[in-house]
Design a binder for this molecule. Structure first.
Ligand code: OFO
Length: 173
């Protein structure tokens, strides 16, 4: 069954959200690269890559269902953050916003009777639990060590270990 216009428009809006997410995490990486926190910057770059994977996954789904992806203008992200705590709290807040976007998409899929898109969106709903948990865990760690230079140094090293998840370049993965 070909995807409906309302569902396509809503998914196109989410492609924009995902590309903005990549933009935001790239901006966070650039800010912390310039402040000499390579581990934080590396974590953010991996996150930015994952966000582009999410955008591709939705793009591929629209195509597979006979729709057409349409691209909207991407907003300019914030350029600078005052502390690592502010940075990761910003990431957490952003992911909570993205979770709300997916809940809304599921609602639209249900209203439209688009069961296959509803099932497709389940991957993202689950992924959002992980996205929020990751950011929240780091916020917690920063709160524990933020007054310790040594603690922040160790945390930066720990964050540098994160590697890219396999690219989500098709709708099946
Ligand atoms: Fe695409 O999950 Fe974060 O924003």
């Amino acid at each position: 069954m070909t995807i409906g216009k309302k569902m396509t428009d809503a998914l196109n809006g989410q492609i924009k959200e995902e590309i903005f997410s990549a933009y935001l995490y790239f901006a966070m990486a650039a800010d912390y690269e310039s402040k000499d926190w390579p581990g934080v910057a590396s974590w953010m770059k991996v996150q930015a890559q994952e966000e582009m994977g999410h955008a591709f996954k939705i793009y591929n789904w629209i195509n597979e269902r006979g729709g057409k992806a349409v691209f909207e203008a991407i907003d300019k992200p914030q350029e600078s953050w005052d502390s690592a705590l502010e940075l990761f709290e910003g990431a957490l807040k952003h992911e909570q916003h993205i979770t709300a976007c997916f809940y809304n998409l599921v609602k639209i899929a249900r209203e439209e009777g688009d069961i296959s898109t509803e099932i497709f969106l389940q991957w993202f709903v689950t992924e959002q639990v992980e996205e929020e948990a990751n950011a929240s865990e780091i916020v917690g760690k920063i709160k524990k060590v933020q007054d310790s230079q040594n603690g922040m140094y160790m945390l930066d090293k720990e964050l540098s270990i994160r590697s890219a998840a396999p690219a989500q370049s098709d709708s099946q993965s």
